[in-house]
Design a protein around this ligand. Structure first.
Ligand SMILES: Nc1ncnc2c1ncn2[C@@H]1O[C@H](COP(=O)(O)OP(=O)(O)OP(=O)(O)O)[C@@H](O)[C@H]1O
Length: 322
């Protein structure tokens, strides 16, 4: 079966610029997958989406969506894909329902079917009783939901969401996340861009990390974070035996093969040690507990600190994501 998206050696240089906005990017998105492009502002995410959605002409390389070369046959590509843009381009003078119906008419969906889909999608996106309102009266969160509804009106195979929750309040953001998961459950392929590592980690099956027009890493969020030795941590609270010392306990923990180093955590009430690990934090709890009992000490509390995609970005670029 064809991939849903296939990008090969994609390059985009805007006129008058001395550097490429996208500098040779290749990746494939499987059908039914949620794929996230994660990177800071200016990384080239929007430009990549722009090429894939036929709004930006590539300087080099190829991009196929649902089996169609987007530069060679943009009209067919547009019938199979849809885009939820970073900034609303809804017609504010029309009602929400009219925005949906006109979009479907443009894509050749028949009258009865477009009316049916508009009602269904307004309901699904929680706008069932607001379809007759002008978009001008919509809040930011409602407009974002309407953009998603509009994107589904011509039954696309692949939906592109550019920074889907930027500027939304936490509740609206969670609502959008839930809708993205529903798209995936319906078998629609989703490609989203974000500079929010929490969004990428919680929504995407696989994440491509972009910076300066290049793809630096691409894998599942779990594999990306697992690839970082020494960034998982385990905090352990210890009740030590009477004759023992904090220093000796810390040294014993530091001698465990899973521990890269150990530090005392200063603000804890009793003895708390933080282990920086070369292994997964959860599987290190057992060996820690055994090492403590061997010297008559007790493990009284643990906290796992898993590395995040933020840590992955930091280790790849030496900079914070935001
Ligand atoms: N129309 C344009 N003309 C010239 N340069 C552009 C244009 N659009 C984007 N750029 C430049 O291309 C580079 C990549 O921008 P792009 O918008 O693709 O990044 P991004 O990762 O999506 O960031 P953002 O989240 O800010 O949209 C930036 O240096 C930007 O200034």
């Amino acid at each position: 079966m064809d991939a849903a998206v296939e990008v090969t050696d994609l390059v985009k240089r805007y006129p008058g610029r001395s550097v490429d906005a996208v500098a040779g990017v290749s990746f494939t998105v499987d059908r039914g997958e949620v794929f996230g492009l994660l990177g800071p502002n200016g990384a080239g995410k929007t430009t990549t989406i722009g090429v894939l959605t036929t709004r930006v002409l590539p300087t080099g390389g190829t991009a196929r969506v649902a089996g169609v070369d987007v530069a060679a046959d943009p009209v067919t590509a547009r019938s199979r894909l849809s885009v939820v843009p970073q900034r609303s381009n809804l017609d504010r003078s029309l009602t929400a329902r009219q925005n949906l119906v006109f979009h479907a008419a443009y894509h050749g969906v028949g009258r009865a079917e477009r009316n049916r889909r508009a009602d269904e999608l307004l309901g699904r996106l929680g706008l069932g009783d607001r379809g007759g309102d002008k978009v001008d009266d919509y809040s930011g969160g409602m407009a974002q939901r309407l953009l998603i509804a509009r994107a589904l009106m011509h039954a696309p195979q692949v939906v592109f969401l550019d920074e889907p929750s930027t500027g939304l309040d936490p509740q609206a953001r969670l609502y959008v996340w839930e809708k993205v998961r529903e798209l995936r459950a319906d078998g629609i392929t989703v490609v989203l861009t974000t500079h929010d590592m929490e969004e990428a980690a919680s929504l995407a099956d696989r994440v491509g990390i972009m910076d300066h027009g290049r793809l630096l890493a691409l894998d599942t969020p779990a594999a990306l974070t697992r690839s970082l030795p020494g960034s998982a941590t385990l905090d352990v609270d210890v009740e030590r035996a009477g004759g023992d010392t904090d220093e000796a306990v810390l040294a014993a923990l530091g001698a465990l093969p899973q521990a890269e180093r150990v530090e005392p955590v200063a603000d804890a009430a009793g003895l708390r040690a933080r282990l920086y690990l070369s292994a997964d934090a959860a599987t290190t709890v057992g060996p820690v507990s055994e090492a403590l009992s061997a010297r008559g000490a007790r493990l009284t509390g643990v906290r796992l600190g898993e590395p995040s995609l933020e840590d992955v970005f930091l280790s790849l670029t030496g900079r914070e994501l935001r």
